[in-house]
Design a protein around this ligand. Structure first.
Ligand SMILES: Cc1ncc(COP(=O)(O)O)c(C=O)c1O
Length: 444
C-alpha cells in the first residue's frame, strides 16, 4: 500500500512509510491516535514538551491572547507579552540584557551567527569573519546552522553550498581515542581549541551547545569543559555563542545551563521548551556590549539586518510568560532533579542487553548507545532505518520513540512523574530486547 497523503515528513524516506499514525489528542504525557491507541511521549514531541499535552493554564493563555490580538507585526510596533517576556528572560539569564525574537531554534541560531559576524564589522574589525564550533554539534537545518553544525551523515548533499568553519574535537568519554585517558583527551581537546583561538585571528565566535550535545549523540561535557572554553574565548577575544535550544529550561536539571556550567556567553539562544512545547518560538539573547555595537546613526547602517513575519508573536510570547510562571509555581527545576533520579537508578539495567554499549544521562535526558560488539564499540547498522525499527517496536510497547542513528534518545516531558518515567524505561528496555531478537544487527 502506498502512502496517498501529500504530506512530506521531516528526515524521512517517504517510500518506506505506507502510513503515519494520526495523533488526534493529547492527555498528560500521552499521545492518543485516531484509533484510540495511547503512546507515552518518550521524546517530548521532539524535546520541547514540558507539562504534557493538556496543561490548562497554557491552553487558556493561548485562547486569552488570541481573543486580544493573535498577531501584530514587530516592525515599527511592539506588544505587551513580548515586552514582558524579554524582561523575564533578561532577569533569569546572567549577563544578558537584550532579546531578539524569532520562531524556532534554527533561526535563533542563525541570528546569533549574524549578530556575532556583524558585531566585529560594526567595530570596524574586518578580518574576524569565521565561526568555530565543536565536532558533532547540531544547531538546526538552515544553511548557517548546517555550516556550523556540519555533520557528514546529515548534510553532505549541501556541502558545496555551506561556508567553511573550524570544528574542534569534543570529549566523549565512551569514544575516547586509543592512547589517551579521558582526562588526557579533555586536555587535548582544550589545547586544540586554544591553539585555534590563539593562532587564527579570523575567528569571530566559538559556537557550542550548552552542557551537552543532543543530536550529536548525547555527549555530556565533563565538568569544567564548558567553563574552560568560555575562559579561552575571553582570553583570545573571541565571542562565545551558546546554544541552549535543547539543553536550557531544565532539560539538564538547570533553568539556565550556562550558569550551572560557570560559563559566560556573549550570545545565547533558547527555543523548544520556552513555550512548554505548545507553540513555536525562538529567542537570541545578547549582552549589553554586543547590543551597543549595533547602535549608531541610521546612515551608519549598524543595525541588525534581520527579521521575520512572526518575530515577537503575541500568542507565542504570552504562552512563554505563562510557562515561566508555571516553572515557579510548580518548582519544576526541583521536581526534575528529583524525578531524574529514576534515570540514574535504572541506568545500569540496560547494560544487561547485548546491544547496549553505553548509557549516558543528565537531568531529563538519557542516551542509550547501541553497538554490535561491546568490546569494539562498533555502532549497530542496518539497511533499514534504525529509527523506524525502534519506533515500530516502541509503539507495540506503548511508547513513542524517535532515535538518532544508533542512539536511543529518552527526552521525556520535563514534568513527567516518576511512575511514568519508570514505565518509559521499562518499555524502552523491552523494545531494545525485542529488536535484538528480531534483527541480526551483528551481521548486517
Ligand atoms: C541544540 C539545537 N539547536 C538548534 C536546534 C534547531 O531547532 P529547531 O528544530 O526548532 O529549528 C535544535 C533542534 O533539535 C537543537 O537540538
Amino acid at each position: 500500500m502506498n502512502n496517498s497523503s501529500p504530506v512530506w515528513h521531516p528526515n524521512t524516506q517517504m517510500q518506506e512509510w505506507t502510513q503515519f499514525d494520526k495523533i488526534v489528542k493529547g492527555h498528560g504525557m500521552w499521545l492518543i491516535d485516531s484509533r484510540g491507541n495511547k503512546l507515552l511521549d518518550g521524546v517530548a514531541s521532539m524535546w520541547c514538551n514540558v507539562w504534557g499535552h493538556s496543561k490548562k493554564e497554557l491552553i487558556n493563555e493561548i485562547i486569552l491572547q488570541t481573543k486580544k490580538i493573535p498577531h501584530s507585526s514587530f516592525f515599527n510596533l511592539t506588544n505587551e507579552p513580548a515586552e514582558h517576556l524579554a524582561k523575564k528572560l533578561v532577569k533569569m539569564s546572567p549577563n544578558m540584557k537584550h532579546v531578539f525574537y524569532s520562531d524556532n531554534g534554527s533561526t535563533a541560531m542563525e541570528i546569533a551567527f549574524k549578530i556575532a559576524l556583524q558585531y566585529w564589522k560594526n567595530l570596524g574589525i574586518k578580518n574576524k569573519t569565521k565561526l568555530a564550533s565543536l565536532e558533532n554539534g547540531y544547531h538546526g537545518d538552515t544553511f548557517g546552522a548546517m555550516s556550523v553544525g556540519y555533520a557528514q551523515q546529515f548534510f553532505s548533499k549541501f556541502k558545496d553550498q555551506l561556508f567553511s568553519t573550524n570544528q574542534m574535537p569534543v570529549p566523549n568519554k565512551y569514544r575516547t581515542p586509543e592512547g589517551y585517558s579521558f582526562s588526557e583527551y579533555q586536555k587535548h581537546c582544550l589545547e586544540k581549541i586554544e591553539m585555534l583561538l590563539s593562532k587564527n585571528k579570523k575567528i569571530a565566535a566559538f559556537v557550542m551547545e550548552s552542557g551537552a550535545q543532543l543530536a550529536g549523540g548525547v555527549v555530556i561535557y565533563p565538568p569544567g569543559f564548558q567553563k574552560k572554553v568560555s575562559q579561552l574565548c575571553k582570553k583570545h577575544d573571541v565571542l562565545l555563542i551558546l546554544d541552549e535550544v535543547a539543553t536550557g529550561f531544565g532539560r539538564l536539571g538547570s533553568l539556565v545551563e550556562y550558569q550551572s556550567q560557570n560559563s559566560i556567553p556573549d550570545i545565547v539562544a533558547y527555543g523548544k521548551m520556552l513555550t512548554g512545547g505548545y507553540i513555536t518560538l525562538g529567542v537570541t539573547l545578547t549582552t549589553k556590549k554586543i547590543y551597543d555595537a549595533f547602535l549608531g546613526k541610521f546612515e551608519d547602517k549598524k543595525h541588525l539586518f534581520h527579521g521575520h513575519t512572526f518575530t515577537g508573536n503575541p500568542i507565542a510570547t504570552a504562552v512563554a510568560n505563562e510557562n515561566l510562571k508555571l516553572y515557579e509555581k510548580y518548582n519544576l527545576i526541583k521536581k526534575i532533579n528529583s524525578t531524574s533520579k529514576v534515570f540514574e537508578k535504572r541506568k545500569d539495567d540496560f547494560y544487561q542487553l547485548d546491544l547496549v554499549g553505553d548509557v549516558r544521562t543528565k537531568g531529563m535526558l538519557m542516551g542509550i548507545e547501541l553497538v554490535k560488539n561491546k568490546n569494539q564499540k562498533t555502532p549497530i547498522t542496518s539497511k533499514k532505518s534504525i529509527n523506524k525499527i525502534i519506533f515500530e517496536a516502541g509503539k507495540l510497547n506503548g511508547i513513542y520513540l524517535r532515535t538518532l542513528g544508533n542512539i536511543v534518545m529518552l527526552v521525556p516531558p520535563l514534568a513527567i512523574s516518576s511512575k511514568e518515567l519508570e514505565f518509559l524505561l521499562e518499555r524502552t528496555f523491552l523494545t531494545i530486547k525485542t529488536i535484538s531478537k528480531k534483527y541480526d544487527f551483528r551481521h548486517e
